[in-house]
Ligand binder design. Structure first.
Ligand code: ADP
Length: 499
């Protein structure tokens, strides 16, 4: 064994020509197996290091083991759910959390009147909340400004759970909510940072997620029940425009005799015939064109129709600067569910030229005629598409637009007719004028000023015309004052028609 150990060394010795006696080499002596072990065991530094290394290794294995078992326990005992900011349930959940906390604290949300831009000391409330709220210690504020017709601005603000970790109690379970904000990644069109919320609870309590999400969904529905959500195009997506608005009753929009019923029954017929379309492989879509002078009720009717059908509205003005063909096309492929599309100022697409340059040097990036047609013909992701085009200048449109699937029904909502004015009178003054005596006087005066024809000549165009919007304005001005409304009839004559 000793010889085996020395042979390589002796080889070196020979090559160097040195004749060192083998047994005189101190190194070789220590190369002896038992001698080496004895040496290292005698060396306090070495044994100390070895001990440490061993201890380190055991610790590392132990740590790994602890980590492993912690994650195993976590996996076995805990369960989490992740929601990202893109998901529909994201705002629902935040709202649910706010309401949930508010139910434990009566004054979680406040409103303050903004006068000259001054807002009530929200910071004070927030710091108060920090101390009072048991689970949520990091709050964020969401402010909604509501402008009243008299010019005053009301701010509604709600404290919602801010980014960070929150522990909340739901029934008998504890829930950890981790709202994580990614500062480096955001939606460039809205500037909203990328966020996720992770909910963690005990595996045995996992069924609370279902309850929480259905509560959150119900809450969200309640808050928009009886309301119409209006979407507006923001860059490449549809974004909610303000709070959901109260539904406009269909009866509040008075169109000429039978017009409303005709459109409504067409839309309902379309909605009831999905199978017919699918069976024939025809895109399930219907287009309407509403045209006529401003103030005839085009937009109001579409809004009221959406309310009637329990649909929302996605609005886009085709004369909007920066709306390109591609953007329009894209937007029409991502229409939210149960949403009517309203493309206003359809004529804009026919007067725009792609190369036009504005005075400020801005290169006109507007929708072109072919761009509009392509978008109308394009594939839509929604199961069905109901699209309304409106224009004040129907003569500027191209006949290629009136084709099944693009525009299936074109309706003129024109100047206010005798029939409409009488119905509008009833809506505003019906309760004070049960016999219709004042209404007869009002109609007579309209006739006198050439704004309507006598009843038997109703089909003929009167000498002058006015809009339903103007009549509404007159009635609003003379709220509860029938004499005042009758006296002001000449005010309905447009300036251009005064002689
Ligand atoms: P348009 O889109 O045709 O220009 P709007 O729908 O914007 O007209 O109407 C402007 C205003 O006039 C709204 O406040 C609306 O309530 C009122 N109005 C217009 N037409 C009618 C109508 N036919 N019935 C009731 N209100 C109307």
């Amino acid at each position: 064994m000793a010889n085996d150990a020395v042979s390589p060394t002796s080889d070196v010795i020979h090559r160097n020509g040195l004749q060192t006696p083998l047994d005189s080499s101190p190194v070789l002596e220590k190369s002896n197996g038992s001698g080496f072990l004895a040496q290292i065991s005698d060396n306090p530094f070495f044994t100390g290091g070895l001990g440490l290394a061993g201890f380190g290794a055991v610790l590392a294995v132990g740590q790994k083991g602890v980590r492993h078992s912690a994650s195993l326990i976590k996996r076995r005992l805990l369960v989490d759910v992740e929601i990202n900011v893109k998901d529909e349930s994201y705002p629902w959940f935040l709202y649910w959390m706010t309401v949930h906390q508010r139910s434990q604290l009566p004054s979680f949300s406040r409103s303050a009147t903004l006068s000259n831009g001054k807002l009530v000391r929200v910071g004070l409330i927030e710091s108060l909340m920090r101390h009072l709220t048991p689970g949520i210690h990091h709050l964020a504020i969401e402010t909604e400004k509501v402008e009243h017709p008299n010019g005053s601005v009301q701010a509604e603000f709600t404290l919602i759970p801010g980014p960070g970790k929150h522990i909340i109690r739901y029934r008998n379970a504890f829930l950890m909510v981790n709202r994580l904000r990614e500062t480096r990644s955001m939606n460039h069109s809205t500037g909203i940072p990328w966020e996720t919320i992770t909910l963690t609870t005990l595996y045995s309590q996992r069924n609370i997620f279902e309850d929480i999400f259905s509560e959150a969904h119900q809450l969200a529905q309640q808050s928009s029940e009886g309301k119409t959500i209006v979407y507006q195009a923001r860059a490449t997506s549809w974004e909610k425009f303000g709070d959901p608005r109260r539904k406009r009753p269909l009866e509040s929009v008075i169109l000429d005799r039978g017009v409303k019923e005709r459109i409504l029954s067409d839309v309902k017929g379309f909605l009831g015939s999905a199978k017919w379309y699918y069976d024939r492989g025809i895109p399930y879509r219907r287009g309407y064109l509403l045209h006529g002078p401003p103030g005839g009720g085009k937009s109001s009717f579409i809004r009221a129709l959406a309310g009637e059908l329990d649909y929302n509205i996605a609005m886009l003005n085709l004369s909007e600067r920066g709306l390109t063909d591609d953007r329009l096309n894209h937007l029409l492929t991502i229409i939210p569910r149960r949403t009517l599309v309203l493309l206003e100022d359809a004529d804009a697409a026919f007067s725009n030229r792609r190369t036009q340059t504005d005075d400020d040097g801005y290169r006109g990036a507007n929708v072109t005629f072919s761009g509009l047609l392509n978008a109308l013909d394009g594939v839509s992701s929604a199961e069905e598409r109901i699209l309304f085009l409106t224009t004040n200048y129907v003569d500027r449109l191209d006949s290629a637009l009136i084709r099944p699937g693009r525009v299936d029904m074109a309706v003129r909502l024109g100047e206010a007719t005798r029939w409409q004015m009488a119905r509008m009178w009833d809506r505003f003054y019906g309760e004070f004028d049960e016999q219709g005596i004042f209404k007869a006087r009002f109609l007579e005066r309209l006739e006198l000023h050439g704004l309507i024809n006598p009843e038997h000549e109703e089909k003929k165009l009167p000498a002058r015309s006015t809009s339903a919007a103007a009549v509404q304005g007159l009635f609003l001005y003379n709220k509860g004052d029938m004499e005042g409304a009758i006296a002001m009839v000449p005010g309905l004559i447009p300036e251009s028609q005064e002689t």
